[in-house]
Design a protein around this ligand. Structure first.
Ligand code: BGC
Length: 485
């Protein structure tokens, strides 16, 4: 299904969709992420830093999102070119103020000229966007004074966005890629086609083929199955299309140029960390009996599981954690198609097969919010005490469940920030033949793929009011889901 058939610049109706992101929420997340996200640096190397007294006081990330030097983030030269006049103007502004004070006149303040981008970094969503830039956090079209003949992209080029499905909130609804990508790319001066594959890998391949045929210069892909795209991506490469993975990696092919995501391994570490933290806070005596759930089939599912197990496996080996059912391999615990009902059925059967004395597991590792709620619903329905569960995606209903103490945690990885990060990479190509330097590389089985990354944030009852205060709910439905009414 084509969700947004085409955002054409000449179609003003397409510019600001009704489903634009809830204002304060997303910006607030960006600001707060800078304050207390999980620690990670360079590679997928995360400091677990889990302590029993850690409720709500997550370790500080290595540095705030906005503070990474441009050179390290691989920001585009175009960006620096915009900043230089800004700095010059700022210097002039400061000098003017000094002069004004010196001669005892009233300074008029420093007013950037419309469109000069001084206050419009755009890539840093912790700052308010400039007037006239829409949607939130997206820079106005980067009109190069003279088109750069060596650049990989020109304004007006077609960008294809191929997304996997709409089964979870990060892929659907007002705060999804669909709500952000079209308007963001269109506002940046590109033509856009956005497709949703309905969780069908074959359909996704056809949609990508169509994008190649339409002349897309860049194709952004949230893979249904990251191992099935090799042939179609070879076709894309033959046409010099730049291929970017979005949220999910693309494996087993040389025809991928980069991936923008919340580090998948780091996200899994955050899930494991949240589970362990919740178990410590629960006061349950060790050894803790737990169960494990993963997703499938996209590559994130295995990476999330690996990340979580990097913390849990040593505890299993050391005897502090026991997997009650003994089902501990990825293959044993993967939930096909991320289907919540399959997870609920598996949990129900685990309860009847393994926990015959009526005492359930004290904790369950889950890969996302939908599966968290499925597990909790199974336990509730069977009359068991609710286990500690983590989550992922900060879905509205799970925000309510975390606020109420029913779901211990969720992990926030805001979609709008990921879209802005992707925009940063694409607009770089207006002034360069090459992608910007990635944050790190990951081997996809065939090549080292550059990863452009953001950091996920653990949300628990202790910090939920910082990240999702009721005052930020956009309407009464969201307020209800958030547990505010
Ligand atoms: C995404 C998660 C999402 C899951 C199911 C994963 O690839 O990273 O955010 O919950 O897919 O849609």
């Amino acid at each position: 299904m084509t969700i947004i058939s085409r955002f054409r610049r000449q179609n003003p109706a397409a510019r600001v969709p009704d489903s634009s992101p809830p204002e304060g929420v997303t910006r607030r997340i960006s600001e707060l992420m800078a304050r207390d996200a999980i620690v990670r640096s360079g590679e997928d190397e995360v400091t677990p830093a889990v302590t029993s007294s850690a409720k709500g006081t997550l370790p500080l990330r290595s540095r705030p999102l906005g503070s990474v030097p441009a050179s390290e983030k691989g920001w585009p030269p175009g960006r620096s070119r915009l900043l230089l006049p800004a700095m010059a103007l700022a210097t002039v502004g400061v000098a003017a103020v000094c002069l004004a004070v010196f001669v005892n006149t009233t300074p008029r303040g420093f007013e950037p000229a419309p469109g000069d981008n001084v206050a419009a970094p755009g890539f840093d969503t912790s700052q308010a966007p400039p007037e006239g830039s829409t949607p939130e956090g997206v820079p106005p079209p980067a009109e190069p004074e003279t088109p750069d003949a060596t650049a990989a992209l020109q304004l007006g080029d077609l960008i294809g966005v191929s997304m996997p499905w709409q089964g979870t909130q990060n892929w659907a609804g007002p705060n999804s890629y669909a709500a952000h990508f079209g308007p963001a790319l269109e506002a940046a001066g590109f033509e856009v086609v956005v497709d949703d594959a309905g969780n069908d890998s074959g359909k996704q391949i056809q949609q990508i083929e169509a994008m190649i045929a339409q002349g897309a210069k860049v194709i952004i892909i949230g893979a249904v199955d990251g191992n099935q795209l090799g042939n179609v991506l070879d076709q894309a490469k033959a046409q010099n299309v730049i291929v970017l993975g979005y949220d999910r990696t693309i494996d087993g092919t040389a025809s991928v140029d980069g991936v923008v995501q919340y580090g998948a391994f780091a996200t899994g570490v955050a899930e494991g960390q949240a589970l362990i933290q919740g178990l410590e806070e629960s006061g349950a005596p060790k050894p803790w009996t737990i169960e494990l759930f993963a997703g499938a089939t996209d590559p994130n599912a295995a990476s999330f599981f690996d990340g979580a197990m990097s913390l849990l496996q040593p505890m299993i080996d050391g005897g502090d954690v026991v997997v009650g059912s003994g089902q501990a391999s990825f293959a044993d615990v993967a939930t096909q198609d991320w289907a919540n009902e399959k997870a609920q059925t598996r949990m129900e059967s685990l309860l009847t097969s393994t926990y015959t004395d009526g005492i359930g597991p004290v904790g369950v590792l889950v890969p996302n919010d939908g599966i968290a709620r499925a597990v909790l619903t199974a336990c509730e329905g069977a009359g068991f005490d609710l286990p500690v569960v983590d989550g992922l995606d900060a879905e509205d209903i799970s925000i309510g469940w975390v606020r109420a103490g029913k779901q211990y945690a969720t992990i926030a990885k805001p979609t709008d920030d990921l879209v802005v990060r992707t925009l940063e990479i694409i607009t770089h190509l207006l002034t360069s033949p090459e992608l910007p330097a990635p944050d790190f590389t990951l081997n996809n089985g065939v090549k080292e793929v550059g990863i452009y990354t953001l950091e996920p944030t653990i949300i628990t009852q202790a910090n939920i009011d910082d990240y999702f205060p009721c005052s930020d709910a956009t309407d009464s439905e969201q307020a209800t889901n958030w547990g505010c009414e």
